[in-house]
Structures are given as C-alpha cells and as structure tokens.
Design a protein around this ligand. Structure first.
Ligand code: ASP
Length: 320
C-alpha cells in the first residue's frame, strides 16, 4: 500500500531510430510531468487533482497530441477531447469536439462537477467552457506546423492514422519518418496512500480523422476508466480500444476473476486489443503499477512511494 503515479504520452510505432533531438524533449516532458505529479501527491493533493495537474502539463507541451500539440482533422481543424474519472465515486466527466479550450481536461472535470451530465461535445461543450470562464485561445494556437505537415502526409497516403508517421498496418512498407512526428495522446493515473484512485486522458485524436469523429479517450470504460480497484488510461487506435473496452476490462478481470493489476492489464493488451493498436497505464488501490503496450513503443513514466521511478519508450529500455 502506498501512493503511485503513472503517465503516458502515447503508444504507437515509435521508431527506435528516433533521433535524440526529438526524443529528449519528450523524455524531459515526461520526467517533468512526473515530478509535478509526485510533488502534488506528496503534498497531500487528491488523486483527482494530481491527474488533472499532470495532464494539463502534458497538454501544454507541443510535442504531445493533446491541447497545444493536437493533430488535425481531415478539414485541417482541431477537435480535442478528454475525460476524467474518480475511482471511489465513479464520478466522471468527458468532452469532445473542442476547438478553443486550452486545457480540455479541466473542462471535463467541470462537466463532472458542475453539470448533471457526464459528457458534453462540440458547440455545447464550447458554450459551457465560456460559461465557466475557462481559458480559451484562438484555434490557430493549436495548429502547429508539424501537425499541418503530418496531415498533408496522411492525406497524400490517403489514411487516417495514429499520431505517428507509420501506419499501424503497414509499418514495414512505410515511408521513412519525416522526423518530428512522434507524439501522442496523454494520460495519467494516480492512487494515494489510502487507495483513492483517479484517471485522466486527453487527446487530439487521429491524424486526418473525419470531422466529428469521437475516439476512445472520452468513452468511459474504453480509453478512460477507474473504480475502487484500479484506474486506467489507454492510448492507441481509438476504434480498437473502444471495441475491446480496454479500461473496463482491466477492472472487470480484477473484480470478477481476481486477477492482479499486472495480470489483468497484460491480458487485455495481449489478448483483447488487436496487435499493434494499444497501450495503457494503470495503478491499483494497493499501489501497483502496470504499463503494457502491444505497439512498438509507448512514451511513459511512473513513480511509487517505495522509491521506484521509470521513464521509458520501448520495452527493453529505461531512459535513465
Ligand atoms: N486513442 C487516441 C484516439 O484514437 C489516439 C492516441 O492514443 O494516440 O483518438
């Protein structure tokens, strides 16, 4: 029993040849966000506060596919989405189709706390953001040159893709990476020393997604889920994660089959989600951590009360 935090910055076919100048800023952002979360949990902030805080950090980082770095729809626009959930109470909030909200995760929390609903999307969600006075910025703030280039490439190849240059099904034949294209959806899970759990996930979705497409991130039980046993945040190909009900299945295997967090998370990623589509970070009420993925890599980090810390991308390597 003890506190634990895990976070991710996206799963996918991250090439092992990722050059240092593109790898290091992301590792630094993971490390920094982890430190922010650890300091908050040590200061006695609730897991819900911690996951919101960490995801806000990651949303503000242009190298991840959420907030500032959100990838573009086929129309060249941003449509951000996010979800937050408290494990003990199962209270949750979700948003989709945001075009001007700086930190989608905080709006999701307001949906949870200030409305009788769970999920708001598009114009209604934007109007709610204005009612609540959350920070908004011109859409152009979110449209980075890297994401314009990424959309161009996806359109040329006529594909909808996870936020990596290589398509999931054809990585071998894929054109070489244009370099600065490895970024990802962000998420964070946390548990305090009393077993209170929370999860938060935020994303721009898939490159060249249809306008109006909703992925797994804001779907409770798919990309984001927490109950009294565990908190889960998933990343990868949203349609596959929804079909596999990734978040809820991890919890259900623990609840109904008595599996440990690590066993449940491994089973869902290896047996339920199709190969090369998904990864997740999860913590249990007893302070265990699991971070499995069936893609080439997943940007991730974790820390536990007993002093364990990890920042990693691929499966056989910890980034010091
Ligand atoms: N799961 C996200 C989506 O499909 C994408 C990602 O995790 O990178 O919207």
């Amino acid at each position: 029993m003890g506190w634990a935090i895990a976070l991710h910055g996206g799963a996918g076919d991250i090439p092992r040849s990722l050059p240092p100048e593109r790898r290091q800023p992301r590792e630094a952002a993971l490390r920094h966000s982890l430190q922010v979360g650890v300091a908050a949990i040590k200061a006695g902030r609730s897991p819900l506060d911690v996951v919101e805080l960490v995801v806000r950090e990651l949303e503000d980082h242009p190298h991840f596919n959420a907030g500032r770095g959100s990838v573009l729809t086929s129309g060249g626009t941003v449509e951000m989405e996010a979800c937050i959930m408290d494990g003990n109470t199962k209270r949750c909030g979700a948003v989709s189709g945001l075009t001007t909200v700086k930190n989608a995760i905080s709006l999701a929390r307001l949906v949870m706390e200030k409305t009788p609903h769970i999920y708001l999307g598009f114009d209604g969600a934007e109007a709610f953001a204005r009612d609540q006075g959350v920070e908004t910025i011109e859409s152009s703030h979110f449209i980075t040159p890297e994401n314009i280039e990424r959309l161009k490439q996806a359109k040329e190849a006529n594909r909808v893709q996870i936020d990596y240059t290589e398509p999931l099904t054809k990585v071998e034949e894929a054109p070489p990476s244009n370099g600065d294209s490895q970024l990802g959806t962000v998420g964070c899970v946390a548990v305090d020393g009393k077993g209170n759990l929370a999860t938060a996930t935020s994303t721009g979705g898939l490159v060249n997604k249809m306008v109006g497409r909703i992925g797994d991130t804001p779907i409770i039980g798919a990309g984001t889920y927490a109950n009294k046993l565990c908190a889960v945040s998933a990343t990868g190909k949203g349609e596959a994660i929804i079909q596999a009900t990734v978040g809820r299945d991890v919890a259900a295997l623990m609840e109904y089959k008595g599996l440990s967090l690590k066993e449940a998370a491994k089973y869902v990623i290896e047996e339920c989600a199709p190969s090369r589509t998904a990864g997740l970070v999860a913590v249990s009420a007893t302070g265990d951590v699991a971070m499995p993925f069936n893609t080439v890599g997943m940007f991730r980090a974790c820390a536990t009360e007993d002093g364990y810390t990890e920042v990693a991308i691929w499966d056989d390597e910890t980034c010091g």
